[in-house]
Design a protein around this ligand. Structure first.
Ligand code: SAH
Ligand code: SF4
Length: 460
């Protein structure tokens, strides 16, 4: 291993310092809040920790090193993090040697970083996003006398070649780009994750090959805005081309991606999806609102007609395509008429499922300064109406699967004797069966449907 100037000898020194501090091989607990990008970042943080000799625990109550990888996208996510950091006070009091660290999106906002620093003096280490490669250096400082270490650099180079300690063994998160340049007016991501940077194709393809070799079957290409992949790279590259190249790798696997942005989603990408057998028949395309007035205030860069025509084009290329989206209810100034525009878009598109959010003002974003006369009650009522509509649509769409036989990847489930099978449309089917199916693509006949889940049996 070699991290930002740390060679084998330095790593061994850190290992010795850790053993000295704890009196045994150290253990770590990493809790991840927020999106898949954070899940992927945590896999790299754990990889580096494993390289330093850490084993992992399932809860914090026996760990020597506790790391919270945080999310800042909505106030609710932040409040959960504050609550959980607060709960560690007693732990640190009882185990003075334990190291408590907080990293990720929250720490990149100066107000939140200040609050963590001042309200929780028992937090030893605070660092930003994309800093896994700096962990050995920061730990070293802490172990050799620094009382607390703060390292809040944003942006930065993409560190390649870090060890990865993955969450599962079937679904592999594969980041293709970091950061976001879109500055949607409500969103904190561009401020906390910095400017868009794409990974080189050869690094992405190498990681995809590693995943396939290790038996991963469900590869998910990740980025805040995968459609603008390639910007700033010296070699010419775009996302449609990247998707084709990943799908062309030998092996039995499917490729999904998230998130796409409607303003950059090209016909070429839809064509690439339709032509690649391994590309899942699933498009996650957030629309956020069905009102042109609100979309403009959100700085989304497209209108509702553009969104609807993209979905029509996608369905022309792939009639069996599943479409999901993100929507925000209660953006400042959203009138009943604007909201009815959102409902009518949902009716027109007929999403398979939706990720729904009540608008949460984020300090430092332009939308947070807008006057907002929509009451919280109105927002929750609108959300309830939206959810009722979406449930009806999903139930109707799910019913259409009953009687069909589909190819699906079998995964473990929480329930005894039940496998969950994921279709190419990212639809989950509960199937009675043993774990011998796990990791295999099987044919499943759908026997019953609900709002969220389908039920089925293995076809002979
Ligand atoms: N980069 C992705 C996802 C970003 S965050 C994209 O652009 O689609 C995931 C979702 O959270 C967003 O799509 C949006 O629907 C929601 N979101 C972001 N900021 C929000 C805020 N301030 N309040 C409520 N929802 C928000
Ligand atoms: Fe946020 Fe918009 Fe960037 Fe998505 S595209 S991360 S919503 S600024």
């Amino acid at each position: 291993m070699n991290f930002s100037g740390f060679d084998e000898e330095n790593i061994n020194e850190i290992k010795a310092l850790l053993r000295e501090r704890f009196g045994h091989s150290p253990t770590a607990f990493v809790r991840t809040f927020g999106c898949q990008q954070n899940v992927s970042d945590s896999e790299r943080l754990r990889g580096v920790l494993a390289g330093l000799g850490f084993g992992f625990t399932q809860s914090y109550d026996s760990a020597d090193f506790i790391l919270f990888n945080t999310c800042a996208v909505r106030a609710h996510a932040e409040d959960r993090v504050y609550g959980q950091i607060g709960a560690l006070k007693a732990y640190k009091k009882a185990r003075k040697n334990a190291i408590i660290a907080v990293c990720g999106c929250m720490t990149q906002q100066s107000a939140a970083a200040k609050k963590i620093r001042e309200t929780f003096p028992f937090v030893d280490l605070i660092f930003g996003v994309n800093a896994a490669h700096l962990l050995p250096k920061m730990l070293c400082e802490l172990l050799t006398g620094s009382e607390r270490v703060f390292n809040l650099q944003a942006d930065g180079e993409i560190a390649e070649g870090l060890p990865i300690n993955r969450d599962g063994d079937l679904r592999g998160w594969l980041p293709v780009m970091y950061g976001c340049d879109n500055f949607c007016s409500y969103c904190v991501v561009p401020y906390v994750r910095g400017r868009e940077r794409s990974r080189r194709q050869k690094d992405i393809l190498r990681e995809a090959e590693d995943l396939i070799q290790a038996g991963f079957k469900d590869i998910v290409l990740l980025g805040q805005n995968v459609n603008s992949y390639g910007k700033g790279l010296t070699e010419p590259a775009d996302f449609a081309g990247l998707l084709r190249r990943v799908c062309a790798l030998p092996g039995e696997f499917t490729v999904r991606f998230m998130t796409s942005h409607p303003k950059d989603c090209t016909r070429d990408l839809l064509l690439a999806m339709s032509e690649c057998e391994k590309a899942a028949r699933h498009l996650h395309l957030p629309f956020q609102s069905g009102s042109d007035r609100i979309l403009a205030a959100m700085n989304r860069g497209y209108g509702r007609e553009h969104y609807i025509s993209l979905i029509s084009a996608a369905r022309e290329f792939m009639p069996d395509l599943a479409v999901t989206g993100d929507v925000i209810v209660g953006f400042p100034g959203e009138t009943e008429e604007d909201f009815l525009g959102t409902l009518s878009l949902i009716k027109e598109v007929e999403f398979n499922s939706l990720y729904t959010f009540i608008y949460s003002p984020r300090e430092g974003t332009p939308a947070a300064k807008l006057p907002d006369h929509v009451t919280h009650l109105e927002k929750t009522e609108r959300m309830a109406r939206l959810l009722r509509l979406q449930e009806e649509i999903a139930a109707r769409k799910n019913e259409m699967f009953v009687g069909k036989t589909v190819r699906a990847l079998c995964e473990k489930s929480e329930k005894d004797g039940i496998i969950t099978a994921r279709t190419g449309q990212n639809q989950m089917i509960e199937v009675p069966g043993g774990w011998e199916h796990v990791g295999k693509f099987e044919r499943v006949t759908v026997t019953a449907s609900g709002n969220y889940l389908l039920k089925g049996e293995f076809a002979n």
